[in-house]
Design a protein around this ligand. Sequence first.
Ligand code: SAH
Length: 218
Amino acid sequence: MLVANDQAAWQRERMVADQIESRGIRNPDLLRVMRSIPRHLFVPPNVRSKAYEDCPIPIGYGATISQPYIVALMTELLAPAKQDRVLEIGTGSGYQAAILGQLAAEVYTVEISPELARSAAKTLRELGYTNITVRQGDGYQGWPERAPFDRIVLTAAPPELPEALIAQLSRGGRLVAPLGPVRSQELMVIEKQADGTIEGRPVCGVSFVPMKPQGLRP
Ligand code: SAH
């Protein structure tokens, strides 16, 4: 039930109904989680009034919190299960990680910007999300100490699929990522079969911040 004076809860209700359900996202757990997570607390105060709008929002340090529908679409495609261990590349604000944390067992998220890694970890801690671990580092390397992962999601676009990430995906696991150069990225769903072979399919064209090249210092 909505609390009458809870403006943000009302805005979330509208966001889910008008931007997400209306575009065909049906997973009830995902819709419930997106109704509950305070997206406005993940963005800087100066853009907070836009938090529930149907658009991406720049959050500083070259990062952008994706449009709510794109977050929903990627999460639905990823389809994490309750017992899954998930790796996210590109923590940004921590919003996508918070959603994943409510749907899966454990979330590990890597962010190249030290400032963003620090502020996302603080936001997640303050909001009480305890199954999410943030690390500052280069996403091209993944998180080998915590591999394998049942699910991997990239929220910055590499020109091609990083080999380390494929290696850290479980057999039977799934990876969702924007792939390709700026202005011609495709959202891809990639699956590692039981025999270790990789299959991928494009879903739609998207526009994400490029993944900073390997070895580049933050
Ligand atoms: N998932 C985020 C959105 C992130 S935007 C959210 O929910 O808010 C993409 C992020 O990827 C940015 O924060 C950017 O700093 C980060 N990034 C870019 N290149 C990276 C790399 N090589 N390794 C890890 N993170 C990277």
